[in-house]
Design a binder for this molecule. Structure first.
Ligand SMILES: Cc1ncc(C[n+]2csc(CCOP(=O)(O)OP(=O)(O)O)c2C)c(N)n1
Length: 590
């Protein structure tokens, strides 16, 4: 193993791990410490108190130092879930999530989690061990070029060259992760660098040459946007994740109420404004509500705040908001005009943009426009059209979970039909409590993200709503939930299929169900094997008692909800079609 390579370090620079236990980063300032201890102290200096990780040869020195640091380490069962738990921790708390993996396979297992955070703009720092410096480039045991591999899926990454570099690198990594458009940053540290020592000095500031993220929008652009807002007759707001990233929800609510503009949400924009508010329209795009997509077609002004015009939200670009002028508020100038032609770009932080917009916009109401939109709602759109009555319907289950938890829990999901049913029916009123993989669409996200969220927000109830397919990717994390004694509930929506793929095969590939029938384990027995309470629900009348039982039990509980195998999510915008061409049901043959 690469462990032997540790002997290549210079002996005179090595320190024994006899450093004082659990001193704070502040107290360690100026002391000579191992690179491993410096790494921990730097994390502490950034306010980190939890790390999600998995040990291995190249990071053994780091794990040696962990017990004497003020860091709670959560031992996951697979590194990908460490990255996704850190991602969810970050989304739920607004702090930077941290994950750790060893070199080689440990580091490569982080890749999907990094890509997930990159696409959803989640601040995260990943620390990976690397083989000792003299072994780099020799195909050493468990050597991978992780900085090369992760270059396209990180905001930035580093290969640290000396223990002196660790503290400034970690300082900069946190700064990059959370400033501007947030994202994941990876810090790769060779094993000998963990073992060698240096004087610990944590820099007060960091100054990365050439990195000047936008923050304050240009007031002229703000005024142009306000002009359009003040004269629009049929305006809509497209609310995106950028509002929660800027923690701008309060100001956003005041802006909406002042301008009287109805709000539609991207998948990740949900929760940025209460869905129960009269000005809230709900989800837009591929599985958006009918009236929302109709409003898009009809609107004369679309104000996008903090979203990136993702194709699942826009549908076919040429049919997207065809009559509307477009205002786009985004912190990343690269997003302006990338997918949708923008009339007025406002480049900056969503909160700062709203602060500047507020005094420029008039108090207005759009009653006729709102009445028109409401008139487009199709209350008949129900999967009920296709349901056999003996099976519980997924949306009944989702609504029951929302009701039992008073809409106040953190809800996480996997990816697929259950995710869309949850997005449509949870009725999300609170910010940063809807944790779902938007851009990457990472199956398996539900359970590890529930773990990350619960650790970050132990004060909140946490529900993972997962598919039987996605859950089979990450159920090993039940062991982590038990080891951490986490009070989380897991709702497995079991249709016996890779449901969303089956739905596409059903609707767009002549019902050619190729490789989507998925057998699962006995989920109740599986739960029990992990020491988790398992409940199975087969009938409507069992739904509420099962949810209440799960809520009353401390520790993880799994409920398997068996649903109609071939239920579809409606409406759906066919791939490549305009939002206005959504199908409302199987019988909608437009
Ligand atoms: C890691 C990964 N592999 C494949 C996919 C493609 N995919 C999207 S949804 C889906 C089916 C999910 O099935 P399940 O977890 O049972 O959820 P359901 O759609 O039935 O609710 C698949 C395979 C994906 N999103 N992520």
């Amino acid at each position: 193993m690469a462990v032997a390579n540790a002997t290549t370090m210079s002996p005179k620079r090595t320190v024994e791990f006899d450093e004082p236990a659990a001193l704070t980063a502040h107290e360690l300032e100026g002391q000579v410490l191992s690179g491993a201890r410096i790494t921990c102290a730097a994390l502490e200096a950034e306010g980190t108190d939890v790390v999600f990780g998995y040990p291995g040869g190249a990071v053994i020195p780091l794990y040696d130092a962990l017990p004497s640091a003020n860091l709670h380490h959560v031992l996951v069962r697979f590194e990908q879930w460490a990255a996704l738990a850190a991602d969810a921790y970050s989304r739920a708390t607004g702090r930077v999530g941290v994950c750790i993996a060893t070199s080689g396979p440990g580091a490569t297992n982080l890749v999907t989690g990094l890509a997930n955070a990159q696409l959803d703009s989640v601040p995260m720092v990943a620390i990976t061990g690397q083989v000792s410096q003299p072994m780099i480039g020799r195909d050493a045991f468990q050597e991978t070029d992780i900085t090369g591999i992760t270059l396209p899926v990180t905001k930035h990454n580093y290969l640290v060259q000396s223990p002196e570099e660790i503290a400034p690198t970690i300082k900069e990594a946190f700064y990059l992760a959370k400033s501007g458009r947030p994202g994941p940053v990876l810090v790769d540290i060779p094993k000998n660098v963990f073992i060698e020592s240096a004087r610990f000095r944590y820099p007060a500031v960091t100054d990365r040459r050439g990195y000047q993220p936008s923050f304050l929008p240009n007031i002229r652009q703000v005024r142009l946007a306000a002009e359009l807002i003040n004269k629009a007759k049929k305006p809509v707001i497209m609310a995106g994740h950028g509002i929660s990233i800027a923690r701008a929800e309060e100001l956003f609510a005041r802006f909406v109420e002042r301008t009287g503009i109805p709000v539609m949400f991207t998948l990740l924009g949900q929760g940025t404004f209460p869905e129960s508010h009269p000005l809230s329209l709900g989800l837009m795009g591929m599985h958006g509500h009918r009236e929302v997509n109709k409003a898009l077609e009809e609107s004369d002004l679309l104000v996008n705040i903090g979203a990136r015009f993702d194709d699942r939200a826009t549908g076919k670009i040429s049919g997207f908001a065809p009559k509307a002028k477009i205002v786009h508020v985004d912190i990343d100038p690269a997003e302006i005009g990338k997918n949708v032609k923008t009339d007025v770009p406002v480049v900056g932080d969503a909160k700062e943009a709203l602060k500047l917009l507020m005094p420029e916009v008039e108090q207005r109401q759009h009653e006729d426009w709102l009445a028109w939109i409401r008139g487009e709602a199709d209350h008949a759109l129900r999967t009920a059209l296709e349901q056999r009555p003996e099976w519980p319907e997924a949306y009944t289950i989702i609504k029951a979970i929302a009701k039992a938890t008073n809409g106040e829990a953190i809800y996480t999901t996997d990816v697929g039909q259950h995710q869309m049913w949850a997005a449509q029916h949870l009725g999300l009123d609170h910010p940063n409590r809807w944790l779902t993989s938007g851009g990457l669409g990472t199956m398996g996200y539900g359970l590890p993200s529930a773990i990350g969220a619960k650790i970050g927000r132990p004060d909140l109830e946490v529900w993972a709503i997962v598919g039987d397919g996605g859950f089979q990717m990450s159920f090993s994390e039940l062991a982590t939930a038990v080891q951490e004694n986490l009070d989380i509930n897991i709702a497995v929506i079991n249709n016996g299929y890779l449901g969303m793929v089956r739905q596409w095969q059903d609707l767009f590939h002549h019902k050619n169900y190729s490789e989507v029938k998925i057998l699962g384990p006995d989920f109740v027995k599986l739960a029990e094997a992990f020491g988790v309470t398992g409940i199975r629900v087969l009938r409507d009348e069992e739904i509420v008692p099962a949810i209440e039982k799960a809520r009353s039990i401390k520790g993880p509980v799994l409920i398997e909800f068996v649903i109609e195998p071939e239920a579809n999510v409606w409406p759906i915008v066919p791939p490549g079609a305009s939002n206005g061409d959504m199908l409302l049901s199987r019988f909608d043959d437009r």
